[in-house]
Design a protein around this ligand. Structure first.
Ligand code: CP
Length: 292
């Protein structure tokens, strides 16, 4: 993991310069296959591949033959016959990306599968934390909000837990996954207690589209108890940073004044780190595949 972040650090510098292109992936073909909407992840994977010289194809799933009933596995076999080298996949079902990866020769990157995992998001969050805090261990990180439906939360609980951080989840009982105990995190049902002294406050989007008939609190009520405003943030460490993977629901899980606070919010930096981290991931995976 450190190797990914160290390489991404080089790409942060490259991306801030005038000449942003490298030929590292020249001759390789990258397909971006997004079955679910995305702004940050899809755009950053496209930019990352192009900056490294790959031929990048964004496949439009809505206008593909999947709309005529072609299955995921037949789609995978069809794309495989075109010999892509890298396939970036986002899918609404947990496990779909792993299933697809077993059917193709290309290196497959998980760009988010259902409520399961979003590994490159956790890597870009780790890079952002490391740059801002100077380390990625022995920090208190509070992950707050809709943990139950969040692949971002899962990937972050795994990564940050591996790095010996104190990871807390702060959520109403109805928005915690039933298997929360397996992550070795501390659980809080009170926002102020949960973020007390935290170095990092990571807010999550309330994912109403995944709630499938479950009780959905009113947005006003949710914001009152679980939304991060300046009053609640005052309980965190004085130099705490505020993160959010996006897209944000302002006034639901986060107040606009906190989201836009240049002294606290690193939300824009997370997006910037996304391009650098994805360049590093593409390069390392392409290299590993070449070495067999
Ligand atoms: N953080 C994230 O995955 O954002 P998108 O859904 O816009 O890609």
């Amino acid at each position: 993991m450190t190797a990914v972040l160290d390489l991404a650090e080089d790409y942060v510098a490259l991306n801030r310069g005038r000449d942003k292109k490298r030929a590292t992936l020249r001759g390789l073909t990258q397909i971006n296959l997004f079955f679910e909407n995305s702004t940050r992840t899809q755009a950053s994977f496209e930019i990352a591949g192009k900056r490294l010289g790959a031929d990048v194809m964004n496949m439009s799933v809505r206008t593909s033959s999947m709309s005529k009933g072609e299955t995921l596995l037949d789609t995978a076999a069809t794309l495989n016959a075109m010999h892509p080298d890298l396939i970036v996949v986002r899918h609404q079902h947990s496990g779909a990306v792993a299933l697809l990866s077993a059917k193709v020769d290309a290196a497959v990157i998980n760009a988010g599968d259902g409520r399961h995992e979003h590994p490159t998001q956790a890597l870009l969050d780790a890079l952002t934390i490391r740059r801002r805090k100077g380390r990625l261990h022995r920090l208190t990180v509070a992950i707050c909000g809709d943990v139950a439906h969040s692949r971002v939360a899962r990937s972050n609980m795994i990564l940050l837990g591996m790095m010996e951080n104190r990871v807390r989840v702060v959520a109403p009982p109805t928005l915690l996954p039933p298997d929360i105990d397996r992550y070795g995190v501390e659980v809080f049902h009170d926002m102020e207690k949960g973020i007390e002294g935290a170095d990092v406050v990571m807010m999550l989007r309330l994912q109403q589209e995944r709630m499938e008939g479950a009780f959905v609190p009113s947005q006003r009520e949710y914001f009152h108890r679980w939304g991060l405003d300046q009053q609640k943030l005052a309980h965190a460490a004085p130099d705490a940073i505020v993160m959010h993977p996006g897209p944000m629901n302002r006034g639901v899980e986060i107040d606009a004044l906190v989201a836009d606070d240049p002294a606290r919010s690193v939300i824009g930096e997370q997006v910037e780190m996304g391009v650098a981290v994805r360049m590093a991931v593409l390069e390392l995976l392409a290299g590993a595949r070449e070495r067999g």
